[in-house]
Write a protein that binds this ligand. Structure first.
Ligand SMILES: *Cc1c(COP(=O)(O)O)cnc(C)c1O
Length: 388
């Protein structure tokens, strides 16, 4: 069985974890702050907050930006549900932005049209959460301009995009957003088992996310709201959660981060092999922006004729290639469909993308003969027509 994605664990990773298990601290020791420092240095962000998942980090980022009941938050129609759930946790209403049908990333034209209309209706979003789908970054400079013009804040859901860049700028540097969030789930770019990280250049957002991660508690008398009565003192000044990462996980993350460049280079190589093998196929890889350097978390193809997607998908699965679909549009999920005033017909881009997309196996150790086999299966699937 060949999965669509998987982790790469080596002896260094195992030793790093064992070292923590033999040490004094399984959590809240030195590993988490070191992991935060190293990841911040890598992406070029001033501050990082490690958490137990990207979902937690997205929740903390929304809370730090003041998202609350009655607010409106926008995200991409094509993403994992966590990109939207993070705002609903805080009582906000989520609305979805249509995507470009051949990249799967939010359409900046659709976003601008929605903003103009929302301004007229006085229902502008407080926060917009763009998603760098499959590892291809969205043009954040353009989103940052729209953010200034329309007065919203920006959280990047970069769960797929650690190691990706746009116009030479690494995702996570925070040049064009308030907070950027990465995931360390095993299928993502580097793993901690479960885990996530928020990056920011704002000291204030850092402090808020740190408190949110640990019950809303501060030990700093500058932030405390009740008098310090001894060295045991701490003050819970707001409601928070236990979203902390363990030192065991952080040690694994640090060890993995050492190989991030290698992972990205190998994924890029695999993507090149797919692109080459698919040149005469009617299955088309997602279009890449000329300035985008994808981290290639996923390799998505669009089946030319949507009516054949299911048979192509089933054929690959029957042959032991565990292809997937990323993603079923969030507005089609029961929870959102029931609440939303938006309908599938409002999303021509997402509907087209969703009807045609298949994620092929993609991970650093995937071998070339698997790539060739996958493409042969795509081309020989029932109903498929080669275009030689
Ligand atoms: C994986 C993923 C998440 C959630 O990450 P977790 O670390 O599993 O919580 C959020 N958004 C997107 C786009 C993802 O792919």
């Amino acid at each position: 069985m060949i999965p669509y994605g998987r982790q790469e664990i080596n002896e260094d990773d195992i030793s790093a974890v064992v070292r923590v298990l033999r040490s004094d601290f399984l959590t809240q020791g030195p590993e988490v702050p070191e992991f935060e420092r190293e990841l911040g240095a890598y992406v070029g962000a001033r501050h990082c907050v490690a958490m137990n998942s990207a979902t937690s980090a997205l929740h903390a980022a929304c809370a730090a930006l003041g998202v609350t009941a009655g607010d409106i938050v926008w995200t991409s129609a094509i993403s994992f549900v966590a990109s939207a759930n993070c705002a609903v946790f805080l009582g906000a209403t989520v609305e979805f932005i249509d995507v470009n049908p051949i990249t799967g990333n939010i359409s900046l034209d659709a976003l601008e049209l929605m903003l103009v209309e929302a301004r007229r209706e006085r229902r502008l979003p407080k926060v917009v959460i763009p998603v760098h789908l499959a590892g291809q970054p969205v043009d954040m400079a353009k989103i940052s301009n729209l953010a200034s013009e329309f007065g919203f804040r920006v959280i990047e859901d970069a769960s797929h995009a650690l190691g990706a860049a746009f116009d030479g700028e690494l995702v996570g540097s925070g040049l064009y957003s308030d907070v950027c969030v990465f995931s360390f789930h095993p299928v993502k770019m580097v793993t901690t088992g479960e885990g996530g990280m928020a990056t920011t250049n704002s000291r204030e957002l850092l402090e808020r996310m740190q408190r949110f991660r640990s019950h809303g508690i501060t030990r700093d008398s500058n932030f405390a709201r009740t008098p310090v009565d001894g060295d045991w003192f701490y003050d819970m000044i707001e409601l928070g959660y236990n979203y902390r990462m363990t030192d065991i996980f952080a040690a694994l993350g640090r060890s993995q981060l050492n190989r991030l460049d290698q992972f990205v280079a190998r994924r890029k190589e695999v993507a090149g092999q797919y692109q080459e093998a698919l040149r005469n196929s009617s299955c088309i890889p997602l279009e890449q922006h000329a300035l985008a350097e994808s981290s290639w978390h996923l390799f998505v193809v669009l089946v030319e004729d949507a009516s054949r997607r299911k048979s192509v998908f089933d054929h690959l699965r029957q042959e032991g290639y565990l292809v997937n679909v990323h993603y079923r549009p969030i507005y089609r999920q029961f929870f959102y469909a029931e609440r939303s005033r938006q309908l599938p017909m409002d999303f021509p881009g997402a509907e087209s993308y969703y009807s045609r997309a298949i994620s092929l196996p993609m991970y650093p150790s995937l071998e070339k003969h698997h790539v060739e086999k996958v493409v042969n299966l795509l081309n020989s699937s029932p109903g498929h027509q080669a275009i030689f």
